[in-house]
Design a protein around this ligand. Sequence first.
Ligand code: VG1
Ligand code: CO
Length: 545
Amino acid sequence: MTIRIQPTTPFNDQKPGTSGLRKKVKVFQEPGYLENFVQACFDVVGVPSGQTLVVGGDGRFFNDCAIQTILKMAAANGVTKVLVGQHGILSTPATSCVIRKYQAMGGFILSASHNPAGPDEDFGIKYNVSNGGPAPEGVTNAVFAQTLAMDHYKIVDSADIDLSVIGETQVGDMLVSIIDSVADYAELMQSLFDFSAIRQLLSSEFRMVFDAMHAVTGPYAKVILEEMLGAPQGTVINGIPLSDFGGGHPDPNLTYADALVEIMYGDNAPDFGAASDGDGDRNMILGNHFFVNPSDSLALIAANAHFVPAYAKGLTGVARSMPTSGAVDRVAEAMGIDCYETPTGWKFFGNLMDAGKVVLCGEESFGTGSNHVREKDGLWAVLFWLNVLAARKGESVESIVLHHWQQYGRNVYSRHDYEGVDATAAAQVMDHVRSYFERDLQMPRLANRLVSLWDDFAYSDPVDGSETTGQGLRVLFEDGSRIVFRLSGTGTQGATIRIYLESFEADSAKHCIDAQILLADLIAASHEISNLPQLTGRDEPTVIT
Ligand code: VG1
Ligand code: CO
């Protein structure tokens, strides 16, 4: 095996965002761009001998090319063995599962999640560490520093391998094992949930539909829902992964999963609908004419965990990202368990799970998961809901949510996204919020409420003590309501402003009222303190959740 030391020059824009490095495909296709980042990861994590690496992705355009390059670089960097999903396919949670099961040193996930795919769209790469979770900030910061100092990368000159055939082959001196993309993950799911109860539910009158949005979850959902659990053929729609996701935007929300929304809000709608995103870590849960807000879904999952075999023995604790509503906090309080509040992004949950402090985690952005892996997990959430629906025989999704609100009260919640905003205008919006509060120390009244605190959210990791700052501007009101402003860290074009709005409603007579109506005064206040409409020229959000 001849290792080639290829001279290179640094790129100055390889700082990983909320979830890895995401850029246009065209950027990743520039000579050395992918290679520099991969080499920086190897340089930072080191490659002790005898180690296994996992590589897979969501099947988007450039997935297979990138895998061939990574394999040649892994061989040159001394990796002993690589596990690759067949056709280069591994969902994000499946990659996490495989890293853990085979005690790999870590893995590369090739995905830009729900960002559109294709030659002119987005690509992404993320390194996950040996616990199966995204590299923590200490590692991603070190990788970024390393990218700024790159002068060479290592690669072997060998032919591309066939990713379509399960079995073993070699790249240089390194063994490559092409594995079934679904099997390990499906086995893990079977070990967590009551499959026979779900099978019974799916063979009854109960009807469901799962929208894989032409992204990675198609093969997983077909095997698990249709083959293992006996759901009728056709339960999984848009189930074939396409390199451009069929031209769609596989973000499971009310705007982009419009085909599913139409079915679930149409005549003769099924009892249960769900969708996942590009890389399979997000989920949207719908009932017949009913949308489950992801923050509520996390709270419901926690409150109903005793119905699910793997969680029946109780939860040590739960965690949510800061912008996620406090609905799960109320469940944790009632259960007498700890609830942690972290910055946005799954990398902050890993330490808490490894330390045994939390079992369930969630984000308002359609992400829920548990310590079964170290990523959020879309199909896991769907199976959780199915297990709960099977256990609470005959109850609809809507009635389960309404009963939950009756018991705990409702954390009325919404997120407004302004996508593709000019980056300078987005920065001005954030500055406007800061200066609104900085101009006098007296806490103002807004939306007929007294502001009790405003800050830029900072987090001190309770396990390793690491500090993270600048995670979103929070305006907290005395009555528990909140407005949060954050700039997205996953986009590739301009900026996305996220405004998160929350208030608490104890009165069940008001629980059926639309969140946008209940939050109208906070929405108006958010515009007043940010001057967003004037600064961005937008009067409507791109996406409302
Ligand atoms: C978004 C979500 C965040 C999530 C991240 C990665 O980040 O808000 O909750 O963890 O995407 O999810 P941002 O910085 O754009 O708000 V995924 O499914 O893109 O891997
Ligand atoms: Co995703």
